[in-house]
Design a binder for this molecule. Structure first.
Ligand code: BTN
Length: 124
């Protein structure tokens, strides 16, 4: 009986440990495979605050830090960037793990829609 009790307690702590490791944390700095930077400055509950700076080759609006709006959970993590000077709005959606954040994105530019994938690794 005691063994079962200890096993249940152990599992509860174990799972909660894994669950809290999910999602993006603040402050943190992430880079994707295109060289772009995602900076998380703070969290209000699950709401993300920070900036995204595009450095992807063959794109516009590089080197400008735009504010992000989005949320992070132990399930999905999603954020949107309005690249105002480029009339482009992109939304990333995926799953954040301690080792990285893998996200699909949808880019909208003047009625055109493009999609792709980015992998963000933590740099700070
Ligand atoms: C534009 O060229 O219209 C604005 C910049 C768009 C950059 C895109 S957003 C998705 C993808 N991932 C990046 O890091 N940059 C590109």
């Amino acid at each position: 009986m005691m063994k079962k009790f200890l096993l249940v307690i152990g599992l509860l702590f174990g799972f909660s440990g894994i669950a809290t490791a999910d999602g993006l944390t603040a402050p943190s700095l992430w880079k994707n495979q295109r060289g772009s930077e995602l900076r998380i400055t703070s969290l209000t509950g699950s709401q993300l605050h920070g900036t995204f700076t595009n450095y992807a080759p063959n794109t516009q609006c590089r080197g400008i830090a735009y504010p992000i709006s989005g949320f992070t959970t132990s399930g999905p993590t999603q954020f949107t960037v309005n690249f105002v000077k480029c009339s482009t709005v992109t939304t990333w959606s995926g799953s954040a793990q301690p080792f990285g954040y893998s996200a699909g994105w949808v880019l909208r530019y003047k009625g055109q829609v493009e999609g792709g994938y980015d992998f963000f690794y933590r740099v700070n």
